[in-house]
Design a protein around this ligand. Structure first.
Ligand code: SF4
Length: 350
């Protein structure tokens, strides 16, 4: 208990976090756990080459939205302040707009609104952006790995996706889901020729483009260190078009942030392989079938849904606290003995 109090005090000073009594969820490395990602379905309407083999469909069940709502409500009572909805593809899930409305009614330990975000492939976003915004969604992230329609189709293995995604991004901006972020997973020899094009896209479309270093979380065996395009390399290649200047990013934010030297257009780089940020990790995840994952690279699931069936909210809260105490210090990508996680990204939810 003593070390947890020290951890809380230290963070409260650095990060404008609330006083001790309002911040119960701290792991054994003194990291406040304030961000929750909830996968509300394992199904996806895309078959991205770096994510899925394209043969398997959904492997885990979806739970009733009421179960996710109870899980989130207990977690918010333990200090969660940001909730991100993920999948598979969350917009495939019927009732997602109503679920956002219910989440928006919750209040954090500080009495503030939850920061509710959603990550989508954008295929269904054009018609849903405004209803999601009206229901209380704060911001949206669209996964898009090419600004070239043909390359986009080759990566997603879906023929009519590109125009849908562009329309979705435009609708999200129009609805005021601000900022609209566009995430691109870079793979050498696949789409690393899109770096400068995405730089121009960020400037022209006024969206924040974030490049993500490819992690060994795929269903197949595509990953190797050689295929990773690192932060350093992205900066060098973008400078051929226009140099970037780094700007401040929040402690628990995964992306390093940059603006072009003329001030127009923001780029983010998420570099878990070359510049890991596990020391500030504030995230835990709930899978579509109700398991807690304390890290993307965990070797085990924790059966929250099972505990929920047997116990009241106090029992559930105690279970969550115990699980958070088991959170891994960091990933071990590229180290001898590195083990791929027990689930691939599509079955975790990003
Ligand atoms: S690898 Fe695990 S510990 Fe590191 S930032 Fe990701 S989820 Fe957090």
């Amino acid at each position: 208990m003593f070390c947890r109090a020290i951890g809380i005090l230290r963070f409260a000073q650095d990060d404008k976090l609330p006083a001790v009594s309002l911040m119960p969820l701290i792991d054994k490395y003194s990291r406040p756990i304030t961000d929750l990602r909830v996968s509300i379905t394992d199904r996806c309407n895309y078959k991205c080459v770096y994510c899925r083999t394209g043969n398997e469909g959904a492997q885990y069940a979806d739970l009733p939205m009421a179960d996710y709502l109870r899980m989130v409500r207990v977690m918010v009572g333990l200090g969660i302040e940001k909730v991100r909805l993920t999948g598979g593809e969350p917009l495939l899930r019927k009732g997602v707009v109503e679920f956002v409305r219910e989440l928006a009614a919750l209040r954090t330990l500080r009495g503030e609104k939850l920061d509710i975000a959603l990550t989508t492939n954008g295929h269904l976003l054009a018609d849903m952006a405004q209803p999601l915004k009206d229901a209380g969604l704060t911001r949206v992230t669209v996964s898009m790995d090419a600004v070239d329609p043909e390359k986009f189709a080759r990566i997603t293995r879906v023929h009519n996706g590109y125009e849908n995604v562009r329309a979705g991004i435009a609708a999200a901006r129009k609805a005021g889901l601000d900022p609209v972020k566009v995430n691109c997973v870079l793979m050498r020899g696949f789409n690393d020729d899109q770096i400068v094009e995405f730089g121009k896209f960020a400037r022209e479309e006024d969206v924040v483009v974030r490049f993500i270093e490819f992690m060994p979380l795929e269903e197949d065996r595509v990953w190797s260190p050689q295929i990773v395009v690192t932060l350093e390399e992205i900066l060098i290649r973008m400078a051929e078009f226009m140099p970037l200047t780094e700007i401040h990013h929040a402690r628990s934010e995964t992306a390093r942030r940059y603006v072009f030297e003329d001030g127009r257009g923001e780029i983010g780089i998420i570099a878990p392989v070359s510049q890991p940020f596990c020391g500030q990790c504030s995230r835990i995840r709930i899978t579509s079938d109700g398991k807690i994952r304390t890290c993307l690279f965990s070797q085990m699931d924790h059966d929250l849904y099972g505990v929920m069936q047997r116990g009241n909210d106090d029992v559930v809260a105690k279970f969550i606290e115990g699980v958070v105490n088991k959170k891994e210090a960091r990933h071990h990508i590229g180290e001898p003995g590195f083990q791929k996680p027990s689930r691939s990204m599509v079955h975790i939810g990003g």
